[in-house]
Design a binder for this molecule. Structure first.
Ligand SMILES: [Cu+2]
Length: 261
């Protein structure tokens, strides 16, 4: 059993679809912790399952009814009753400890994030604002770099969709401030291994540190109306240099020269 557990843990480093147990490859430090938690929970569940199933099989095989005489009764057996009580407490305690430890890490907010992105959810698309990158007299009507887009259009190939684009740099702490202008949505990037509700009149926050570059599709994951399933966005994780180039290009494009809109 221990060998099997060890095999799962060690092959987990190579991160195959099997050892990730259905989870995507994590692209943030926080996502790695979530994945490890998920794998650890499975190992713990299997260990408990093997002991319980073993006990059931042992009872079935070695304690079959062999006559009309009642077997020796074990009620009021204090050691066994203490074991019944203490063991579940220990199991819950271990699960609680690891859950609390990982949740604390995953939801921790940096005092000084390298980048802040305001995420605004609306039926049925997203807006991404970069509050530290100003755009005086913006042609879009926003004083900061703002990415807008459209919800997914049926029949259009993915590369012709005008989904809103979220760009963030690798290896930097990125804090998201989530708000909604209408109903409750939920911000989900599957390879973050994390989702958080986007609520009207309330700002939800979380932070990630990306560890891989690439491009993915993010979703709304709270049923928010008739076109909820089309509420997609594109997310790109790029190198810090690429990010700086991109954000300056957005600033230039979204700033109206001469101060006239
Ligand atoms: Cu939504």
């Amino acid at each position: 059993m221990l060998l099997a557990c060890l095999a799962i843990v060690t092959t987990g480093c190579q991160s195959t679809a099997f050892t990730r147990l259905g989870m995507p490859v994590p692209v943030t430090k926080q996502g790695q912790v979530t994945l490890a938690m998920w794998q650890g929970s499975w190992i713990a569940a299997w260990c408990v399952g093997i002991v319980v199933w073993g006990g059931i099989l042992w009872a079935i095989i070695f304690h079959r009814k062999r006559g009309d005489q009642l077997p020796r009764q074990v009620r009021y057996n204090l050691p066994i009753e203490i074991l019944y009580t203490v063991l579940p407490f220990i199991m819950v305690g271990v699960m609680f400890y690891f859950t609390a430890r990982d949740e604390d890490y995953i939801t921790r907010l940096p005092a000084h994030p390298d980048l802040t992105v305001n995420v605004i959810g609306m039926q049925w698309t997203w807006q991404f604002q970069y509050p530290h990158y100003k755009t005086p007299n913006s042609s879009l009507g926003y004083p900061v770099v703002t990415e807008v887009g459209q919800m997914w259009q049926p029949g259009l190939p993915m590369n012709q969709q005008h989904l809103p684009l979220l760009v963030i740099p690798e290896h930097e702490t990125v804090e998201f401030n989530l708000t909604s202008i209408d109903v409750i949505h939920s911000f989900w990037v599957p390879p973050f291994e994390f989702k958080r509700d986007v609520i009207p009149d309330f700002t939800n926050r979380f932070a990630v540190t990306p560890i891989a570059t690439g491009s993915w599709i993010g979703n709304c994951t709270e049923l928010c109306g008739v076109y909820h399933s089309r509420m997609l966005f594109r997310i790109k994780i790029v190198t810090p240099a690429q990010f700086t180039a991109w954000i300056h290009k957005q600033q230039a494009q979204q700033t109206t020269p001469g101060g006239v809109r």
